[in-house]
Each structure stands twice: as structure tokens, then as C-alpha cells.
Design a protein around this ligand. Structure first.
Ligand SMILES: Nc1nc2c(ncn2[C@@H]2O[C@H](COP(=O)(O)OP(=O)(O)O)[C@@H](O)[C@H]2O)c(=O)[nH]1
Ligand SMILES: [Mg+2]
Length: 238
């Protein structure tokens, strides 16, 4: 990530913290948040080293509830399981619905229930990889808790991050969530099978994503019809 983008992200984070506490303790709150993040980032880097050492590719998927993260993973794992041994780690506050769905498509799954936490963090992922025999896998996917805000605070140690939005969320959804797009390698705009009905301005969505992050690859998909799922798989550069 470029220095300029890192600085932009830091500025947004400090802006968020301004309304967090009374004047006297505000600096302390901002510093504590920075420390928590630094600690998480350190562990994420260790996780990434460990996975790389073992030749395991890893990708995490973030996005709002209902954008189609699980549906996309169902399609991807179905195709890739012919070639790779896949582990999918699913984050959800209470259920294992997503893990059960994905398991039907030839991938092993682990469900993490976060309780009230709105995002997975590196400690969750570390817990899983410590307790798994990593020699059993070539590829790890992580589906984060459905949320477009909190996951931007926590790197997970994966090689790539995909952010998924869908056209049912409206053409402003990317414009309103700069952070995740700045931090992602791939932006997926899903549910394009519904375009005719909804008339969502996809060109604006693509322009917004590229405006936040000139390096991002934007791919429009339908997890329902399978359109462009192969293009997404290519973009994973496995
Ligand atoms: N029409 C249409 N529906 C989709 C598509 N992708 C997902 N869905 C539906 O949207 C709902 C939410 O999908 P899900 O994969 O659970 O989203 P997640 O919460 O992001 O994991 C489900 O009813 C899916 O069947 C798509 O590309 N087109
Ligand atoms: Mg899901």
C-alpha cells in the first residue's frame, strides 16, 4: 500500500475517534486504539509469514450482510476444490449457517462466533490455524462478519482482501465506505443479474472504487447465474 494511502487511512481513523471521548482523555483513546491495531497487525504479519512458508494462499472476503459473500464462496469453492484443498473460516456473531452452506461445496469449514464483535481479527484466525494441521490445505478463505465498517480496523494476515457489495445496496454504497476500498485488492459488485430491474448506476460504483484506490480490480458478478465468477477466480492469482 502506498504511503499516501496509508496516511489517508490514518486521517479517517483519527477523524472517527474525535467524537469518541471527552477532551481530557481523547488522546489516550486514540493512542489505545492505535496500540490495539498495531498489536493486531503484528500478529497478522506473523500469520501471513506462516501461511506463505507452507505455500498456502489466503484471501479474506468482507462486505455487508446479504451482499453475497457466502454465495460467491459457494461458487468459488465448488470450482476450485477440484484443484485445491480448501479451508473456509466463517465469521458470524451467533450462527453457523454460512459454514454449513459452504461445506456442501467440497471445502472444510470452521465457524467462528464473535458474540457481539462486528469483525474478525488476527487473534481469531491465529486460533484456527494453531489448531489445524496446515499440511491439509492449499488455500484458505475467510468470510468476515457482515459489516462494511469494522473489518477495516483489523488485518487478518491474508494475501488478498476482497470487498463485496451488491447493486441492491444502491450506487452510493462504495462512495460511503472509503476505508475498505482503500484497503482491498479486489472490489466485487455482485447481483448484476438484477441490473435491469433496479437500474443501479454501476459505472458510478466502479468509478468510486477506482477513485479511492487506483490499484483495485473491480469485477461485476452474479453469484446466482455464475457470471464473471471465473474472472474473479483469475483475479485471485492463485
Ligand atoms: N439475485 C441474486 N441474488 C444473490 C446473488 N448473490 C447472493 N444472492 C442472494 O442474496 C442473499 C444473501 O446472500 P449471502 O450469500 O447469504 O450474502 P452474505 O450475507 O454476504 O454472505 C441470498 O438470498 C442469496 O441467494 C446474486 O448474484 N444475485
Ligand atoms: Mg454470509
Amino acid at each position: 500500500m502506498s504511503e499516501k494511502r496509508k496516511q489517508e487511512i490514518q486521517r479517517i481513523k483519527e477523524l472517527e475517534s474525535i467524537n469518541l471521548a471527552r477532551d481530557e482523555i481523547r488522546d489516550l483513546v486514540i493512542d489505545t486504539k492505535k496500540e490495539v491495531e498495531k498489536d493486531n497487525d503484528l500478529l497478522a504479519a506473523q500469520i501471513n509469514d506462516e501461511l506463505n512458508k507452507r505455500g498456502i494462499k489466503s484471501i479474506d472476503i468482507v462486505g455487508a450482510i446479504g451482499a453475497g459473500k457466502t454465495a460467491i464462496l459457494e461458487k468459488i469453492t465448488e470450482k476450485l476444490s477440484k484443484k485445491y484443498r480448501i479451508l473456509v473460516i466463517c465469521g458470524d456473531i451467533t450462527t453457523r449457517v454460512d459454514a454449513d452452506r459452504i461445506e456442501k461445496h467440497n471445502a472444510e469449514t470452521v465457524q467462528i462466533n464473535t458474540g457481539r464483535e462486528c469483525a474478525l481479527n488476527a487473534y481469531h484466525i491465529n486460533q484456527v490455524i494453531k489448531n489445524k494441521d496446515l499440511f491439509d490445505f492449499d488455500l484458505i478463505f475467510v468470510e468476515n462478519v457482515g459489516n462494511l465498517i469494522c473489518p477495516s480496523d483489523f488485518k487478518l494476515g491474508t494475501d488478498k482482501r476482497i470487498t463485496v457489495v451488491s447493486i441492491t445496496e444502491g450506487e452510493w454504497v462504495i462512495e460511503k465506505h472509503p476505508m475498505l476500498f482503500k484497503m482491498s485488492d479486489i472490489a466485487v459488485i455482485n447481483k448484476i443479474d438484477l441490473l435491469e430491474r433496479l437500474g443501479t448506476n454501476i459505472d458510478k460504483m466502479i468509478k468510486d472504487a477506482c477513485g479511492f484506490n487506483p490499484d483495485i480490480k473491480v469485477i461485476t458478478t452474479s453469484a446466482k447465474t455464475g457470471e464473471n465468477i471465473d474472472t474473479l477466480i483469475e483475479a485471485l492469482e492463485l
